[in-house]
Design a protein around this ligand. Sequence first.
Ligand code: ZN
Length: 409
Amino acid sequence: MAETIIKVNLKESPYDNDKIHNRWHPDIPMVSMVKPGDDFIVECVDWTGGQIKDNDSADDVRDVDLSQVHFLSGPVGVEGAEPGDLLVVDILDIGTFDDSQWGFNGFFSKQNGGGFLTEHFPEAQKSIWDFKGMFTSSRHIPGVEFAGLIHPGLIGCLPSKDMLEEWNTREKALYDTEPDRTPALATLPYADTAHMGRMKGEERDNAAAEGARTVPPREHGGNCDIKDLSRGSKVYFPVYVKDAGLSVGDLHFSQGDGEITFCGAIEMAGWIHMRVNLIKGGMEKYAIKNPIFKPSPITPKYDDYLIFEGISVDEGGTQHYLDVHVAYRQACLNAINYLTKFGYSKAQAYAILGCAPVQGHISGVVDIPNACATLWLPTDIFNFDVQPNAEGPDIHLDGSIDIPRSADK
Ligand code: ZN
């Protein structure tokens, strides 16, 4: 068995583990060195570092401190890696811990985080998902069970100093266009809750003040939340600093395209087994700006779908010009409204779209003025028939179970 080079203890604070960090900065020291060709295991806490509990209250989601996320394991140094190389990462396997066979999905409160459909779901809500081997189901959402498509939501290499500066400059400029917005337009550096790994003293404090937040995906990959970057895939990451500095976290048992619920997929703690190799000068050789990857040879086989269309006309009837964001939102809302006809609450339906291996496609972006997005709902995850027929929907959910809401504050 490969060596576990980063271990975590789910009972302790991630701030007490110096092989974890929660900001991107070029000077965060490597916690371990490996060689090209090596394979190794890295353990990860869940993205919130244990803030969300396995219980039936969403108060923890309501009160989550989002300035702490994401807790990442690393950075792992790769001998011989230099800026301009490609770091080839084989995701050999990902698994759960024996004593943590569960994950969570939630919707953040509009006042604290928000989400893709936050105007429709402004309150914090949470569902707990239990793992049985490769399958998952939720005590808060009857009638669905599916196989995991297990993947890291967040993985990438450390940015260079120039790249960090570019990120901070452009994100601040966007933020400043509407600084009072809720949720904010971008997450800016925030020293108070920064965890800079092994950095110490003044150097640490300076880095904490400028370290980029881990929320958005960027050129290095980062928080891409791509469900198909699953175990068995092979990823080619741009390298920006000496030794590359690979960090990973935000493991998901499963997720629908778009991670629309934001808190998030089915979030979990666990381990990831990786192998690294280098392509020297690979960024230039292959014109790589953002990572590329090959998907896994093994994925859950759900190949029958009900596909919901959405166009870029919003809920109020306003016409938008080729706006894929609006179109995908309409496709999601159409799927949610459809599922309520089978007895699900809107919140349960929303959670299913965030957790199950739902596909999202940009189907058309040229037929002015409407973009067309589609949401592909796998029919075989339901233990009843969700297809339309002449008899009408078979309602056998009695409405007695729903997703917990947070209490009023
Ligand atoms: Zn996540």
